[in-house]
Design a protein. Structure first.
Length: 220
C-alpha cells in the first residue's frame, strides 16, 4: 500500500506510490510546451492541506489519512466537528484517502511539492447540475420526424412499453427524461502540466467536472 516518507534533505513529506490533494476548480486556459504544442488545461487552486486524523488498521480496521482544506466561520461548523478540529483551526472541508501514514502525523501540512510536471492523475468532482432534462439532451435521442401527421414531436421519447415486453410494463432502466448532472464524476489519465507552489495553483491537462469553485479530489 502507498506510504509517505520524509526527505532527509529538506524535511518535506513525499508519497511513495499514491499522491493526493484537495482543491477548488478554477478557470480553463491554454498551455504551450517547449515544442510549441498547445494543450487545453484547467487551473486548480489546491492546498495547503492539514492532516486532521490518521487512521490505522489496529484502531480503525484500515489505514487512512484524513485531510482538511480551507477555512470557514466557526458558527457554521457542527459541534462534533469543532471538537474534532479543536486544535487545528476552523477547517472548511475534510476528505479521507486510503493510504499508510508513514511519518505523517496529525497537524502536519501538505502542499503541491508532492507533484511534479508529467505526473498522471485522476480527478473526481461533482458535475454541473442541469435540472430536469428530456431524452434528447440527457441521452442523445434524435427525436421523431415531422412527417406522417406528427408536429411538435421532435424531442418526444417515443414508445416506452408494450410490444409484449415485460407484460406491457415499462422495462427497468428505460432511458427517459429526468434529473441530469450533479453526479460524482472521475476523469482519469490527466497530466500535470505545471506546479506553482508559491501561489498554490496546479495546472492539469484537459477538462475536469464541475463549475468554477467546485471541490476537486486529485489522486496520483
Amino acid at each position: 500500500m502507498a506510504g509517505l516518507f520524509r526527505s532527509p534533505l529538506c524535511g518535506c513529506f513525499f508519497f511513495q506510490h499514491m499522491k493526493f490533494m484537495l482543491g477548488t476548480k478554477g478557470k480553463m486556459t491554454q498551455v504551450f510546451d517547449e515544442k510549441g504544442v498547445v494543450s487545453a488545461a484547467t487551473l486548480v487552486n489546491a492546498g495547503p492541506l492539514t492532516i486532521t486524523q490518521i487512521k490505522t488498521t489496529a484502531v480503525d480496521g484500515y489505514d487512512g489519512i484524513q485531510i482538511g482544506l480551507g477555512v470557514r466561520n466557526q458558527k457554521n461548523i457542527k459541534k462534533p466537528q469543532q471538537g474534532h478540529l479543536k486544535d487545528l483551526g476552523n477547517i472548511r472541508t475534510m476528505r479521507e484517502f486510503r493510504s499508510e501514514a508513514g511519518e505523517m502525523k496529525r497537524g502536519d501540512k501538505m502542499d503541491l511539492s508532492i507533484f511534479v510536471p508529467g505526473d498522471i492523475v485522476e480527478v473526481s468532482a461533482i458535475s454541473k447540475g442541469k435540472g430536469f432534462q428530456g431524452v434528447v439532451k440527457r441521452h442523445g435521442f434524435h427525436g421523431g420526424p415531422r412527417t406522417h401527421g406528427q408536429k411538435n414531436k421532435e424531442r418526444a421519447p417515443g414508445s416506452i412499453g408494450g410490444g409484449g415486453r415485460a407484460g406491457g410494463r415499462v422495462v427497468k432502466g428505460m432511458r427517459m427524461g429526468g434529473r441530469m448532472g450533479n453526479d460524482r464524476v472521475t476523469v482519469t489519465n490527466l497530466r500535470i502540466l505545471q506546479v506553482d507552489t508559491e501561489n498554490n495553483v496546479l495546472v492539469i491537462s484537459g477538462a475536469i467536472p464541475g463549475r468554477p469553485g467546485t471541490l476537486v479530489e486529485i489522486r496520483g
